[in-house]
Design a binder for this molecule. Structure first.
Ligand code: GDP
Length: 429
């Protein structure tokens, strides 16, 4: 499988970091194709915890080239800090390549993000306020500043001026903010340019070279497909497209370059921020999932909302992405729950039943999940490394998911550590 796309199959935080890290070991190139530093990945390696927000998880492998594709938006301050942090811990970062066409998050994007959320009041989206949405908006308006612009001070200054002009009104309360001083901003960004220059590259070309030579390219999605700008629970979505199709645009390859698409899903469901969540719980099970699963955001530190596994949404995600496999993470978190539930249908406000994920926002907002009950298990499964050694109820749970979603489960997570996984076919992929 030279071209493998990995996407979050739910609302993000599915444990993609660890899975990508595992798969990166066999990949020659790992490329991120969308999102920004709102994607927090936690990877545990030899007992050491790494938190990455922008740099692909593959960076921990010396022989893997890690690319940040053109579809990603980059805060140069954050990526510089991330590079420095990794270097300090002895991680080699020479293999990090940054697309010259990727767009940059500017100080005014961060200010506009916060101002926008404040204006929305109770309708706020729950963005991470890192300027990512406004950056993508500028990209679409043809007012974006790209990585390559950092290498030419004159062009950079002109572009910043042009980009700030239409924002004057909204930025008025911050007129005296030194962050918005044209001269200082240009200087600061030129400095980032110098620091990042060794990493700036034609990342699409790099992917073609690898694919054309039969080497493995792993396309690493951020967030989750239910947060997709077009196909998620709009407007409570992210400002890019986390679906597998976006790997082509955000990395610069064609649909035929994609051989496999794996969706990562937790054995239950979580969501950060506002928006519909039909299988959400607010009881002792929610507390169990939150506590045992340590459901606190990597990037934001916010407590996540929790609920039962939503198979209606998962089946939608499978179809939308043309998934060929599922990775079920955090199965261990369900240990100790006597009875498990999985959402198999939604019930609308007036009693209507929905077997499919509803396209209409109002329907979804009022939908509540209807469940199938499955027996739970009490055993600790953290040390299990093969399907046969799982409690029968855990195997039945996985079989039920796979059958309902229509794709095989390839890999199962049974704990946070790197080796706490079960490969469904008994061998590593
Ligand atoms: P990501 O953005 O999708 O990578 O998700 P996060 O990094 O926000 O959350 C994943 C968290 O779950 C990390 O702390 C992981 O170490 C942890 N994790 C990943 N897989 C498993 C698993 O199978 N079981 C348990 N208990 N924790 C896991």
């Amino acid at each position: 499988m030279p071209g493998l796309v990995i996407v979050g199959a739910q609302w993000g935080d599915e444990g993609k970091g660890k899975v990508t890290d595992l798969l990166a070991e066999q990949a020659d190139v790992v490329v991120r194709f969308q999102g920004g530093n709102n994607a927090g990945h936690t990877i545990v390696r030899d007992g050491e915890e790494f938190k990455l927000h922008l740099i692909p998880s593959g960076i921990l492998h010396r022989d893997t080239t890690c690319a940040i594709g053109n579809g990603v938006v980059i805060d140069p301050k954050i990526i510089s800090e991330e590079i420095d942090g990794l270097k300090r811990r002895g991680v080699v970062t020479a293999n990090l390549k940054i697309s010259a066409n990727a767009h940059l998050i500017m100080p005014y994007h961060v200010l506009l993000d916060t101002a926008g959320e404040q204006q929305l009041g109770s309708l706020k989206i729950g963005t991470t306020r890192r300027g990512i949405g406004p950056c993508y908006a500028d990209k679409a308006s043809r007012l974006g500043i790209r990585v390559q612009d950092l290498l030419d001070e004159k062009i950079l200054r002109q572009k910043i001026m042009a980009a700030m002009e239409p924002k004057r009104q909204m930025l008025r309360p911050h007129a005296k903010d030194p962050m918005l001083d044209l001269h200082a901003m240009t200087e600061e960004y030129v400095t980032y340019g110098h620091r990042l220059e060794p990493h700036i590259a034609d990342t699409a070309h790099l992917c073609w070279d690898a694919l054309d030579n039969g080497r493995q390219v792993l396309f690493e999605g951020a967030q989750g497909v239910l947060l997709d700008l077009d196909h998620g629970t709009y407007p409570f979505v992210t400002s890019s497209n986390p679906v597998a199709g976006a790997a082509c645009i955000g990395a610069g390859v064609g649909p035929k370059d994609i051989d496999d698409v794996w969706g990562i899903a937790k054995a239950y469901t979580t969501r950060v921020g506002a928006g519909p969540f039909p299988s959400e719980l607010d009881d002792e099970v929610a507390e169990h999932l939150g506590t045992v699963g340590r459901e606190v955001g990597t990037t934001t530190g916010r407590a996540r909302r929790t609920g039962w596994l939503d198979l209606v949404a998962l089946r939608y995600a499978v179809r939308l992405n043309g998934m060929t496999g599922l990775v079920m993470t955090k199965l261990d978190v369900l240990s100790g729950l006597e009875t498990l539930r999985v959402a198999t249908r939604y019930r609308g406000e007036e009693g209507a039943r929905f077997d499919e994920f509803p396209y209409h926002q109002s329907v979804l907002h009022h939908a509540s999940a209807e469940y199938e009950e499955l027996p739970g298990w009490s055993e600790d499964i953290g040390d299990v490394r093969s399907l046969e050694d799982l409690p029968a109820a855990a195997r039945d749970y996985l079989d039920y998911i796979s059958e309902f979603a229509g794709v095989p489960v390839k890999l199962i997570g049974v704990g946070p550590a790197r080796d706490q996984v079960i490969w469904a076919d008994g061998a590593e992929a």
